[in-house]
Design a protein around this ligand. Structure first.
Ligand code: C5P
Length: 298
């Protein structure tokens, strides 16, 4: 049996648009969004341990282990594996793993880095531990850890509803993006609980996203990001980055920020924008990713 999986990518996502359409009784917000995977990723390495311990080899400074999404995802799957094998009392042994994360994606960036790390952890350990959960089971297991996690396990461009867990695949254009990291970290709960967030006053209800998207080939036409105004107000660098990027295209924020992006037609155009950004912004180019390489293994 394989005892390790190295160089497992955890790609970033962009929200091509994001509408807040309501709020659930538990406080979570109902959304409509288009999730697009891009080819910029954290990299994770997994090695099975025989002693049943789940250990993150390189802790994140300032993040207690109990809050680390990678560790929480591994522990959740480990408990599920134990349960399915009859529990410790039934003689089952808990599987263990050493996990290393090479962080590339910024925290609090709206790129889904933490959720993507957790999703890759669930999928890789499912294989390494021979746990046998299918895609839907892994998505359901991951959802309580983060609303974006099911999407990363779904693994392809999707129109999402609910809190982000109701997913439909859509064809994505093979396009390039320029992304700016404005240099601030935005905590998602702060944006969602803001009194300035517009919730459901005039929701744009999209009922047939796929056909619209296929016809227009540009999801950004569906409007902007309803979290953007709040993030710009609380974090001025987000506003400055959007203002700057606007001269190159339809700039907008991804998720609850802080990163902002715009679509460009080709790599040469992306390079031209990056050239202008040099010295002012931390910026990079990324290409739309059709399939999540790890989700494709499921
Ligand atoms: O699920 P995730 O960890 O991304 O969410 C962080 C916080 O953001 C939640 O605890 C909730 O306060 C808020 N949130 C929300 N509605 C969503 C997603 C997140 O209110 N659809």
């Amino acid at each position: 049996m394989t005892s390790s999986l190295k160089n497992c990518p955890a790609p970033a996502k962009l929200n091509l648009f994001l509408h807040v359409t309501g709020r659930r009784a538990d406080g979570y917000h109902l959304l409509q969004t288009a999730f697009q995977l891009i080819d910029r990723s954290d990299l994770l390495h997994f090695t099975v341990r025989e002693d049943g311990l789940v250990r993150r080899v390189n802790d994140v400074p300032g993040v207690p282990e109990a809050q680390d999404l990678v560790v929480r995802a591994a522990l959740l799957l480990r408990a599920e594996v134990l349960r399915r094998r009859g529990g410790e009392r039934g003689g089952a042994r808990a599987p263990g793993a050493d996990i290393t994360v090479e962080k590339v994606l910024p925290m609090g960036g709206g790129l889904g880095g933490g959720s993507s790390d957790a999703a890759t952890t669930l999928m890789a350990l499912n294989k390494l531990w021979d746990a046998g959960l299918d895609r839907e089971e892994l998505m359901a297991l991951g959802l309580p850890l983060g609303a974006d996690i099911p999407f990363f396990i779904f693994g392809e461009t999707a129109f999402a509803e609910g809190v982000g867990e109701t997913l439909r695949p859509v064809d994505a254009p093979d396009c390039w993006y320029v992304v700016i990291e404005p240099g601030v970290s935005v905590p998602t709960p702060e944006i969602f609980r803001s009194e300035h967030l517009t919730r459901n006053t005039s929701p744009v209800i999209i009922t047939d996203f796929s056909s619209h998207y296929a016809n227009r080939n540009d999801a950004t036409q569906f409007g902007g990001n309803d979290l953007q105004q709040v993030a710009m107000r609380l974090y001025p660098p987000v506003a400055h980055a959007i203002e700057w990027l606007r001269s190159f295209g339809d700039a907008r924020m991804t998720g609850s920020g802080a990163c902002v992006f715009c679509a460009v037609e080709n790599e040469a155009q992306a390079d031209a924008v990056l050239n202008e950004a040099r010295g002012t912004w931390t910026a990079w180019k990324a290409r739309a990713l059709k399939r999540h390489p790890i989700a494709a293994m499921l």
